[in-house]
Design a protein around this ligand. Sequence first.
Ligand code: CO
Ligand code: ZN
Length: 332
Amino acid sequence: MEFNGQLLKKLVDTYSPSGMEERIKDVIAEEIKDYVDEMKVDTLGNLIARKKGNGKKIMIAGHMDQIGLMITDIDEKGFLRFTNVGGISPFISLNQRVIFENGTIGVIHCEHLEDIGKMKLDKMFIDIGVSSKEEAEKQVMIGDVCVYHNSYYENENRVMTGALDDRIGCYVMIEALKQLSRTENDIYMVFTVQEEVGLRGAKTSAFGINPDIGISLDVTATGDTPKARPMAVSLDKGAAIKVKDNSLITHPKIRKIMIETAKENNIDYQFEVLEYGGTDSGAIHITREGVPSGVISIPTRYIHTSSELASKKDINSCISLLTKMLEKNIEL
Ligand code: CO
Ligand code: ZN
């Protein structure tokens, strides 16, 4: 399977913090329009692409949004104060570059602290290279959101960039759509909004679609770096079939279908138990009277930093697993 680095770079470089997914929605819609029967954008902004069929209604969800920093105050010297949109760590943010929708670039720094362990977001600020409030306000307003500034890198086996969470899930869905051969299943590919602030887009889109099955695509952590917190997931060991996270216990039937599909098609897979966090299936599975749901996770190191790292081999395994599941005649 050819790795489409050009597409992934375009996806991760598109500005799209939670609640502002307009641009990435357009990029994805343009990319998939020839592979689906219909497309719509719902009230909250979820992009819902359907490949019609008479079989089971399957909702696939991958979130389009990324974590960001929202400006709360601008001081007399033009320094910006901020709050988090999603899971922003002060330690990861220190000295990071950020970019605003209009292209303004800044660097995050911290007040002088006797104890660096006490660093919190409210002791930090963004310097956009101006010297007055007046100058700053020409570029940035209260409520504007910036994101970590990416620098995309790939080598033969790996990709390293910010926003892999969850553009890599979107990438897997797009590539699966391109590879999908005829199927009876009624497929809804949902590129969701506002996952990072509480699975909000998945909640409303799942209610609207009322699917028989829900599958999300998102990153998961690994335990394969020096003295990492013990976790069985490693890069290069294949698509991670989620068993549990804080938002979901995978439905046993869905887990079984995933394992069978992987075995039948010689797709590398591993099991994932994530002791924190969650993703869209956490909202999908408790929609209406309940929806059997699961997650195909892409093993990723350094999640929520500007250099998330994943394996091309695993990414391709995820694409194969999703494609083959969607082609299958699923009995529940
Ligand atoms: Co995330
Ligand atoms: Zn995510």
